[in-house]
Design a protein around this ligand. Structure first.
Ligand code: SF4
Length: 353
């Protein structure tokens, strides 16, 4: 069996964008046995090695020439920002083309959550969101999504293998469907990180055809729908994609998703003082949640420089939640994490302090 690598003019793909079958195929193209792909997955995703030099069960010739098969380089962390209590970290990763993407790790008492970005910027321009102010710069590749997980896992020393992933960072994940799903399958790979599908949640502002497509994938991913308003008139302003797929169509697709996957959909509702936090909003929201069925996650608005919206007081948030309970008992209020470092929900957009 030869370990010399034949040359090619095509750019070397990133290891982190290859699933095991794709890597096996590349190994075979080079005259190498496919099981080398399994060994490499194990070193990278299970033993968390980042250099081929230390992969002792690979032939020395392959270790030296692996760079011709796949690129093991990870994006450089341009900066890491931490909250004073150490619970939340924002990572600014510099991509090959010099663009930057942000991701966030949050540690609660019994849970570590990684919040992932799917795009640099976002085209959907939700009116309360720092990422929307950037506009869309580009979609991320699958390897750039997987790399976020590795950057955060390496930082935390992989001390907690049962972390959760939420696609709630920069971008609309279902607008970058192919790369997001490819990344999910790589992260789910049994010979790799083997991350449980039920630990992954995709959040969408309401791309109805892609919600339906997601329901057909045979993967019971968590689905969070960014509702934020209970009338089309208001949602058209807060979440402009509502003009294309209004609330009724969105909820219908969410219902189908829940029925198809057996997972209860989460309705995300950013509470903005004087805008969507009136008693009649609560009454409509509880009716929606009861009919879907779904759980409600209230998110007190997180300020963004240049935007005029105001966060309700804790008492106002509690009053809104209390009004929901009789008809919609599954209500949580999101505990804000990362506001001190512009890392809370809706604040990712190149902001630093
Ligand atoms: S809330 Fe999400 S979909 Fe809306 S602009 Fe921000 S990143 Fe885009």
């Amino acid at each position: 069996m030869s370990n010399s690598i034949s040359s090619s003019t095509a750019p070397t793909p990133s290891f982190y964008g290859l699933d095991r079958d794709e890597l096996s195929a590349r190994m075979r193209e080079q005259g190498l046995p496919a099981y080398r792909a399994t060994q490499l997955f194990s070193w990278i995703y299970r033993k968390h090695l980042r250099s081929s030099e230390d992969m002792t069960n690979l032939p020395r010739g392959l270790r030296g020439s692996l760079g011709a098969i796949c690129d093991l380089a990870l994006p450089h962390a341009a900066s890491v920002h931490s909250t004073p209590d150490g619970s939340t970290h924002k990572f600014v990763l510099e991509l090959r083309d010099g663009r930057r993407v942000e991701c966030v790790s949050m540690r609660a008492p019994r849970r570590l959550t990684f919040c992932l970005s799917s795009q640099v910027g976002c085209a959907l321009k939700c009116s309360f969101c720092a990422t929307g102010l950037m506009g869309l710069q580009r979609n991320l590749e699958a390897h750039e999504i997987v790399a976020q997980v590795l950057a955060m896992g390496d930082f935390h020393g992989w001390e907690d293998a049962r972390f959760n992933l939420v696609f709630m960072g920069m971008g609309e994940p279902l607008a970058n469907y192919r790369s997001v799903m490819h990344a999910v399958r790589i992260l789910h790979e049994p010979d790799g990180l083997n991350l449980g599908i039920r630990r992954i949640t995709v959040s969408t502002s309401g791309l109805v055809p892609q919600i339906r497509r997601l329901a057909e994938e045979g993967l019971a991913l968590g689905l969070a729908v960014s509702l934020h308003a209970t009338t089309d008139e208001l949602r058209d302003q807060l979440v402009p994609v509502n003009r294309r797929w209004p609330i009724r169509e969105l909820l219908e697709a969410a219902r189908e998703y829940g029925e198809r996957t057996g997972r209860r959909v989460t309705l995300e509702y950013t509470l903005i003082a004087g805008v969507n936090d009136r008693p009649e909003d609560a009454d409509r929201l509880s009716g929606i949640a009861r009919d879907l069925p779904s759980k409600i996650n209230l998110i007190p608005y997180n300020p963004v420089p240049g935007l005029e919206w105001r966060r309700p007081s804790p008492e106002e948030v509690e009053g809104f939640a209390q009004r929901l309970y009789p008809r919609a008992p599954a209500v949580t209020v999101r505990h804000t994490m990362g506001g001190e470092i512009w890392a809370a929900c809706g604040q990712l957009g190149g902001l630093t302090r």
